[in-house]
Design a protein around this ligand. Sequence first.
Ligand SMILES: Nc1nc2c(ncn2[C@@H]2O[C@H](COP(=O)(O)OP(=O)(O)OP(=O)(O)O)[C@@H](O)[C@H]2O)c(=O)[nH]1
Length: 235
Amino acid sequence: MTHTSMTAEQNAAVREYLIEKKLSTVKMTVLGRFLSGRRKLLQRLTLGLPLELYDPSENGEHRMIVHVKTHPVILDFSMRLGNEWPVQDPWHHQIVQQGEGFLLVYDVTDRASFELLHGIHSELFGPTEEGKPLWVLATKTDQPQQKWVVSNQEGEEFSKSIGATFRSVSAHTGEGLGKVDAADMASWVILSKIPKPVETEGSSKAPGANTAQTRRFSLHSLRNKVNRLLHKETK
Ligand SMILES: Nc1nc2c(ncn2[C@@H]2O[C@H](COP(=O)(O)OP(=O)(O)OP(=O)(O)O)[C@@H](O)[C@H]2O)c(=O)[nH]1
């Protein structure tokens, strides 16, 4: 699955949440092997910087404003620079807990970077992360086919097995790293932050959500729940 559209009910729920919240921040955690291309990917996504340009202020933290249903949303990305084996680093546990959405990045020309994602997911993710949207990003897809050691099919199968959305991206060409892609991510994370929507007959699946989060929304009860959440957050 590379992209799923939101239903009309889900779109309405997100719109309603944003009207009430005025300005939302979405915290994204970026995980992957060192040199897998996370930094360049974030620089492309948040600054539109081409591959050759270097941002001297780079520290693994990136922010951008996107517009979701015309409302501004701050996307706040965190990653750890140059870390070989993230599961041994307590800081990673912390950013996973703080994350509201996750980008699991591998380099299509580096099998170790793909294998590492299995370990990252099984060791860093627990019940608290259930229902938080995940994306598996296959990067450096501009590289010639003969350099690829992980096919998109393999990437998609892994992504599906962990309930994530698969995307093929390139910091070189900008594939999958436009403002529209960022706004789409923000929408799904916002939807996942709206608590306990009521299940009605039928279901619709959000990217990255497992079957436990497969729901449809009753707008009336959702409005009450959003109000309750906002009331709690402003206390
Ligand atoms: N061809 C190609 N090269 C890329 C792409 N993204 C990153 N690279 C190259 O891959 C190398 C690593 O990229 P980084 O973004 O620095 O990787 P990182 O995951 O942040 O790794 P650390 O620097 O160790 O934190 C650099 O030489 C980049 O120029 C891409 O989309 N296409």
